[in-house]
Ligand binder design. Structure first.
Ligand code: NAP
Ligand code: ZN
Ligand code: ZN
Length: 349
């Protein structure tokens, strides 16, 4: 008989409570499972939205965290791709039906029977709750784990499994390339990865930010330009400038202004997920502009993104924190005060 294993974690117990110590059960690895001893887990703004039930679908107790990097500590008898000691990552998905057309096409996030997300979700039995990466270890089928080369710094790779894939996927899908102008709206965790990846794809990148203090970082991250969205003279200078704008803002904001900064026929791609509706004026779109959205990416594309980032030497800029600083990190992210991803060191758990 397989005995569940107690695992240390941090959890929220309601929409208004702080993160605090918690113990959860992980299954003993089955034949195709690996167990990962988690070294680092990034803090995504989606962790805050869900911990605080801002999207209205939260299950408690909740252990957030879907930017997971660590070392394989056990591998089931039929595991082919990993051995104990290998470095491995997990993003937002831990399982899906693997049979529907979306799963077969590699967009498991759109599994027709419902994907199993890393937390605030259930396993494919639709009963067992999933718990995320603010914990010491996790067990997952090897098909849902990513291979990290041993040479890579785990704390700077972890954020790629959500912030990296979420920005890489639409930039690739819309064919961003050399000669194009890309705007990145909001310079946080997703935003800074978008800047690095769009620049690595050859585009000319402008950071569109509400924070004057981030100006100095834009060039270092690989952007060619920086504009303060709150200054009218900048807003006018940006009119008709971009082929594509990737909008990563986590709260209500004016998308009509962003649409004005696009060329005729340009694309505004929403990846930010503010809980409140956004208002669009028809006139903002009549010049053949489009608004679309994108959510994370499938397993094969996530591995492709990681391999691309390793090749291009793209990693996240992180501030490593102890688990005891996690509530303060949430508050700082609410103020836009993150450079550019908080990553929890799980040794401190
Ligand atoms: P983050 O690190 O907190 O960055 C968000 C940035 O948005 C801030 O740094 C800030 O940039 C800007 N911002 C402007 N007004 C804000 C406000 N009132 N509150 C907070 N931020 C504000 O967040 P993130 O982790 O990058 O996530 C951004 C959004 O994407 C969240 O809504 C998250 O849920 C969503 N998300 C979506 C996916 C997906 O698959 N679609 C995946 C991950 C995350 P400036 O200071 O430069 O203005
Ligand atoms: Zn995320
Ligand atoms: Zn499916």
């Amino acid at each position: 008989m397989l005995v569940p294993m107690l695992t240390k974690a941090y959890a929220v117990r309601s929409a208004t409570s702080a993160l605090e110590p918690f113990e959860l059960e992980r299954r003993e690895p089955g034949p195709t499972d690996i167990e990962i001893e988690i070294a680092y887990c990034g803090i995504c703004h989606s962790d805050i939205h869900q911990a605080r039930n801002e999207w209205g679908n939260s299950l408690y107790p909740m252990v957030p965290g879907h930017e997971i990097a660590g070392r394989v500590s056990k591998a089931g008898a039929k595991v082919r791709g990993f051995r104990p000691g290998d470095h491995a990552g997990i993003g937002c998905l831990v399982d899906s039906c693997r049979r529907c057309s979306n799963c077969r096409e590699g967009v498991e996030q759109f599994c027709e029977r419902g994907a199993s997300f890393t937390y605030n979700s259930t396993e494919q039995d639709r009963k067992t709750p999933t718990f995320g990466g603010y914990s010491s270890r996790i067990v997952v089928d090897e098909a849902f784990a990513l291979r990290i080369p041993a040479s890579q710094p785990l704390e700077r790779i972890a954020p790629l499994f959500c912030a990296g894939i979420t920005t890489y996927s639409p930039l690739k899908r819309f064919g961003v390339r050399r000669g194009q102008r890309v705007g990145v709206l909001g310079l946080g965790g997703l935003g800074h990865m978008a800047v690095k990846i769009a620049a690595a794809l050859g585009a000319e990148v402008t950071v569109l930010s509400g924070s004057p203090a981030k100006r100095a970082d834009a060039k270092r991250l690989g952007a060619h330009d920086f504009a303060l969205t709150s200054e009218l003279k900048n807003a006018l200078a940006l009119q008709g400038r971009f082929d594509l704008i990737l909008d990563t803002v986590a709260a209500r904001h004016d998308v009509n202004a962003a649409l004005g900064w696009l060329k005729i026929g340009g694309q505004l791609v929403l990846v930010g997920a503010p809980p409140e509706p956004l208002e669009v004026n028809a006139f903002s779109l009549l010049t053949r502009k489009s608004i679309s959205g994108s959510v994370i990416g499938g397993l094969a594309e996530t591995q492709e993104m990681l391999d691309f980032c390793v090749r291009k030497k793209v990693v996240s800029d992180v501030e490593v924190i102890s688990i005891r600083q996690v509530n303060e990190a949430y508050e700082r992210m609410m103020r836009g005060d993150v450079r550019y991803r908080f990553v929890i060191d799980l040794k401190t758990l």
